[in-house]
Design a protein around this ligand. Structure first.
Ligand SMILES: *Cc1c(COP(=O)(O)O)cnc(C)c1O
Length: 401
């Protein structure tokens, strides 16, 4: 991802910044769309993972749909060229304004999360003279074995309609003249690496479909959400997620009825690996038990470590790429990474919060003030979650072709 040419360019750019490798994004999209195409599956991109305009442009060009969780995301998707008929709209708390906007745009589907939401959408659809296409977001009560802050499909979570309430929901739908039930929807969590969680989802979904069919309810589509994880520990080795095995799991275990379509909403697995947060070492401070490596990037640029105790690979790219290539040209011998002294650092940001820490006890080549430090796999839930806390400015994004 970081050639010496790329790094020479970085030397002239004010840090911190996001760097996106567009050729990796394109390759990822190619593998994604060809794997999904093999099984006839339909993919929507979850804009909340990364809504950078250039990134959206590439994703739209790959021909996939959009998955939005706010009215502004729908606006951004449409402005980027996604077709209204490809937009799914999810979220536990849709406002009237957002619902009316989505109705007027005639989007593909509202993923509904409660009885009251169904009542409100029905009323607003009546007022605007439209029929709302609705999928029920069902909480399948599956534990995806990921961090509890990004688990969404357990009964204790705020998301979705519990199975026990389905009987009442069907009664409500019969009275709701401005709603057409077109699908069922699930989303059990994010950064799921154990594919067997998706197998459990398939089995639950089959049961729910049978239960609906027995009550004479037939649906056009099933939407199994997103959640496929990426390899935060080995971004170079696993640059592109194993979409093929993921889709095959659904192909093998989810029963689709005649003409029924299967939809996916993937965010992280599309955008994560192509992005890095690039910063500079400001200071190296010797602590009592550890060395602190203080960066000019912090939780304001990438909040995942502070928010979810997430791991991101941290690299001293000045030491690992630039100095290595210089010593190669100067002395005619190759330094392998690891030849430089490895030192243990707690890598922290400048924000006035103790949780502003990117990693503890990280082994890095001896790091000097001014070295470029890359925080990898930051293309999803990075830039979009940045804030201006401490009155910091939002950082810029640069793109590699
Ligand atoms: C966040 C979200 C997604 C995308 O999840 P990833 O883990 O990024 O793939 C899909 N669907 C819904 C409803 C979501 O909230």
């Amino acid at each position: 991802m970081f050639s010496t040419v790329v790094l020479k360019k970085f030397e002239k750019i004010k840090t911190p910044f996001y760097y996106y490798d567009l050729s990796l994004l394109k390759k990822t999209l190619h593998v994604l769309t060809s794997s999904a195409g093999k099984f006839g599956f339909i993919v929507h991109y979850a804009l909340k993972a990364n809504a950078n305009k250039k990134i959206l442009h590439e994703i739209k060009n790959a021909g996939i749909g959009a998955d939005c969780v706010s009215g502004n995301e729908i606006k951004e998707a449409l402005a980027s060229g996604f077709k209204p008929g490809s937009v799914a709209f999810a979220g536990v708390g849709k406002t009237d304004e957002e619902i009316i906007y989505a109705l007027n745009k005639n989007i593909f589907c509202f993923n509904c999360e409660s009885q009251q939401e169904i009542e409100v959408i029905n009323a607003l659809a009546g007022k605007t003279g439209r029929t709302a296409r609705v999928a029920l977001r069902i909480n399948p009560d599956i534990n995806p074995n990921t961090h509890h802050y990004i688990t969404t499909g357990l009964e204790e979570n705020k998301f979705g309609i519990n199975k026990g309430d389905l009987e009442n929901v069907l009664k409500l739908l019969q009275k709701s003249k401005n709603i057409k039930l077109t699908g069922i929807h699930y989303h059990i969590g994010s950064q799921i690496t154990d594919l067997s969680s998706f197998k459990s989802l398939c089995i639950k979904s089959n049961e729910i479909q049978h239960w609906l069919n027995k009550r004479n309810v037939f649906i056009e589509h099933i939407n199994v959400g997103g959640g496929l994880g990426v390899d935060y520990h080995h971004p170079e080795k696993n640059m592109i997620p194993d979409f093929e095995s993921y889709f095959k799991m659904f192909h093998d275990f989810l029963e689709l009825q005649k003409n029924q379509k299967l939809h996916f909403e993937l965010g992280r697995s599309v955008a994560a690996q192509c992005g890095a947060l690039v910063s500079r070492a400001l200071f190296i401070k010797k602590g009592v038990q550890t060395n602190f490596l203080i960066l000019d990037a912090g939780m304001t640029e990438l909040i995942r470590p502070a928010l979810y105790q997430a791991y991101h690979k941290i690299e001293n790219i000045s030491a690992e790429v630039l100095r290595k290539s210089e010593s190669k040209t100067n002395k005619g011998k190759t330094l392998k990474s690891g030849d430089e002294n490895q030192i243990k650092y707690d890598v922290v940001g400048p924000i006035c919060e103790s949780s502003d820490c990117f990693g503890k006890g990280i082994m890095l080549p001896e790091t000097k003030r001014g070295d470029l430090i890359a925080i990898r796999t930051a293309g999803a839930y990075g830039e979009v979650m940045s804030s201006t806390y401490n009155l910091r400015k939002k950082v810029k994004a640069y793109f590699g072709k």
